[in-house]
Every structure is written in structure tokens, then in C-alpha cells.
Design a protein around this ligand. Sequence first.
Ligand code: ASP
Length: 601
Amino acid sequence: MRWGVLKTHNCGDLRVRHVGEEVTLAGWVHRRRDHGGVTFIDLRDRSGVVQIVFHAGVDSDASLTALPGVRNEYVLRVSGEVVERAEETKNPNLGTGDVEVQAATLEVLNEAKTPPFAIVDDVEVDEMLRLQYRYVDLRRPVMQRAIEMRHGTNQYIRNFMTGRGFSEVETPIMVAATPEGARDYLVPSRLRPGAFYALPQSPQQLKQLLMVGGLERYFQIARCFRDEDFRADRQAEFTQLDIEVSFVEEDDILSMLEELFHGLSRALRTDLHVPTPFPRLTYADVMERFGSDKPDLRYDLELSDCSDLVRESGFGVFRGAVEAGGRVRAVVMPGGASLSRKQVDEFTELAKTMGAKGLVSIQFTAPPADATEDDVRSPVLRHIGIETARAIGVRCEAKSGDLVLIAAGPDGVVNTVLDGLRRDIARRLDLADPDVLQFAFITDFPMFEWDADGRRWDALHHPFTAPNAADLPLLDSDPARARARAYDLIASGYELGSGSIRIHQRALQSRVFDLLGIGPEEQEARFGHMLRAFEYGAPPHGGFAVGLDRVVMLLMGVENIREVIAFPKTQSATDPLTGAPSPVTAEQLDELGIRLAVPPS
Ligand code: ASP
């Protein structure tokens, strides 16, 4: 394939089979070395690097006089013959290491200032500088691989979905608000001053309306926008694989997702082990066993409930927690008995950052079942007594040499703390195999969660999620216990996506809105179009959305989502390259009928 009139070959493609050919290459100066009369330039394009040799003076073309001024990142076009390198100068670490190009002509296509950082994979430089000079940063091979991985992901998905009869439909970016639990980005309307579009938090309502529209199988690689306070693996704008299907139940969707994500990961990371079938675990089960709805299942470290063992305990913190309706649960660090007091305290500090008031430790230097006071080290041994300490050790299946970490309090706090400790222990002990991508589905989420501040129920997934038919009576009697037909896809400790079977009947949708504290007038104003659509033959339907940035992040084996996005935003949703967001002119504001209440920052 010809790469354009300016070059005949890619730098990284040249091999011994090209020896003797006249080639023209174009790319960037990766490195330059001068050895008395001979200059070597490693020329780089997106395919890789090849060595070019310039012999000053000998058989020189006039164009080579430009050579002395050539520096790193200059853009060159070079023609010459491919030759095999002398045996002792071959470089086995380079794909093109057996050959080099003897330059005959040189054209400087552009000059370059000294780059702000080196174009190498493991560059150590402040991320802000990388983002400010993203166009230089993107030249680093690892970034090019990430962008390729994204492209490969999108391509695989499009082929897969098309093969299964799905049509890609573009839904609009300027929409009415779709609630997914975050703040909306708003766009003022000039033609209707005072009115706003929202950027979609997801195409949720529109994809459901496509089902009412008879499309049956929709997908989209959709951009979504959520104005949230940032965490490391979140972006204000992100990309989802968005899916909606008619006439299906949970198993249809989960089976298809399993096939898609198993195939995708195997295609793009042949070196990874991707166990199938993906386990399907209920929300209640994983919260009990791991304290999290996105546990990393590459290792065990299951939690144990010790509440019944300490209910009568002489230790007020434990007894008090149980009396107040909370629980006392524990996680084991294998081999942790050898940790010093100070090292154990690090866990306590970590637990406090996650909302715990404290953390109790027990170290066993004998099998818990027959441990004596001499075999147990714990700051609370005096209060709980050896009997209870033993019972806790046995309950947790701790072994001689293990450390048991115990948290007490309301379930929410204890879950967060033990999930955090479990992940921290796994990190310290290197328990998560980086060569395994462990997917799983979490099912049977609760329908609602109680919002203590707002004193009302919130939809755990979103308000369009169908309740489990068996739990319909609970909607009135005990909403907290009602399960939703909602499911998540998780992988190696991350949530990748969520979906649900939807409500498709007006009466039930209205009832759920009522429960969420959305009265009839607000229902009509915000969701009248959905309610009406359900009156015109809405088919049963359900769907899913997967965060593609995170998928690519896992496939690349990186932990920062910005590493897999060409032009990401910082944690505070700014773009150091273009300066967005930026102030606008007074005229623009006037046209929109907007007056600022605060000066632009
Ligand atoms: N719209 C949902 C989300 O963005 C996914 C879905 O229910 O399909 O999380």
C-alpha cells in the first residue's frame, strides 16, 4: 500500500527483504548521533523507527548540506537504498535492526523547537505539561498504541454488533436533560432566551424511544457528559457503547455481552487470559462477600461476619455497633502476623480515610482454634478475651501467621472500609494476576436507595429500570427490599457498565416516578414524552451501556483513564491545551440574554 506521495514505505516496516530497494521515508528525527564523517539518524513515523546513515562528502547530493542543522523532532523526507547492516552492528531490539537506509537525498519538511520532554514510553514529566503539549505527547509510542487500541475496540464492536443485526443510530448531543444521577452540562438557547439544552448524560430516553419506534436492535458509540466532581478514572465527557434491544430478557443481553467482551479482549490482547463463563453474582452476595459491587475476583480474601461472636463482648465498640443495627466484619491478611505495630497502624489510617472511626487487629502466631494468649497479639485482647479472639480467627478461617482486620459500624461504612482494605492487602501481596482479565456480571440490584439528605428514595440505576416482578408488592410496603431488573458488568475490580430491563408500561412508570417523589406535574413536564410513548405500543425492551474508555484502559493495562483518550480533560474538567473552558465575549452573552452574577474565572 502506498502511504502518500511523500513516502514510499513506513520506517518501521523495513526488513532484510527490502535490501537493495530505493525507498523514500518521511518522519521525525528520533535521535541523532555524529561519528566523525558519519551521521546516524533514527527516523520515526507511527510504524516505528529505522536507522538512516548519512556519509558526509562521499557521493553527496547537494540536499545533504542541510544535515548539520537537523535536530530532534525535525520533520524529514529522506530517499536512499536499504542495505543490510554489518553483523556486529545489528540491533536485535529493533524490528528494523537488521537494516539501515543509506541516505541519498534529504529534505527538511519542517523544523522543530526542542520538545518539552523526550519522545519515549517511560517519560517522567508532569502530566499537565504532557496535556499542554498533547500533540508532542501523542508521538510517544505508548500513546500511539493506546489510540490504536481504541480504534481496534471501536472497530471490533462495530463488526460484532452489525453481525448480530444491530443498527448504529446517532442520537443528538443537544437534548432535554436525561437523569443518570449527575449534574447536567447546559447549553443556552439563543433563539429561546432563558431556555437550555442539556448535553446527554446518556442516550437513555432516546434509545428507549427508538425501541418504541420499532428499531428493535440499536447501538451507538456515544459520547456522554456528566458534570461530576472528578475521580481518577472519570472524565466529564466519556464514550459509551450504548445498546438497546426489544423483546429480550436479562439472559439475552448478558450472553451477548459475554460473547462480545470475551472476543474483544482475546482479539486485542491475545496474551491475556479471559475466563469464561463470566460469573453471575447477585448484588446481595457480593456485598456480603466482598463489601463491594465491583470486587476484583482475581483473588479471594472474602469478608466474614463476626457480629454474633461479639454481641455480648466486653468491648463497647463492637457491642455498640451491633446494638445500633450495624455489624462487625473482618478481612484476613495472609502472613500479616509478622507486621509491626506501625505497619498495622497504616491499615488503621487507611480505614479512617474511608470513614471508619477505628480498626481492630488480631495477629495469630498459632492456629486460631488452639491459640493461647501468647499466640495472639491484639490491642483489644484484654477487652474481648481469648475465647472471642479465637472464635473470630476460626470464623475468618485465619491461619497461623495471619492478621485479621475488623471493622464495626453501619453496613455502608464497614463495606467501604473492608473493600478498601481488601484491595490494599491484595496490592501489598501482589495477589491480582495482571495477565488475567476477570469479567463478571452483578445482578439483582436494589431498585432504590434512601437519600437521607433529601429524605426520599433515589433510583439506584435510573428511573426507567423495571422492578423485579416478584417484588412489585414491595414497591408499596418496603421499597428498600425491592430488587430491580438491573445488572452491571465488572472486570478486575472496575465497573465497566450497567443496564437493565426497562419499564414499558405507562402506569408502572408513573408509579415509580411517584415513589421517587416526582409528582404528576413534574412527570408531565420532564418525562411526558416517555409516558406518552408508552401508550403507543411500546415493546418490552432492555439494554446496556459500557464505558469504553475504561475498557481500553484495562486492555492497555493502565490505571489512568487520561492515558487512553487523545485529548482528555484534567481532574477539574479543564483542557490545558486549548484553555477550555474559557470566558466568552460580552456580545456572545448579550445574544444569549445572559448576565454573569460572578466575574469570569
Ligand atoms: N443509560 C445507562 C447508563 O448510562 C445504561 C443503560 O441503562 O443502558 O448507565
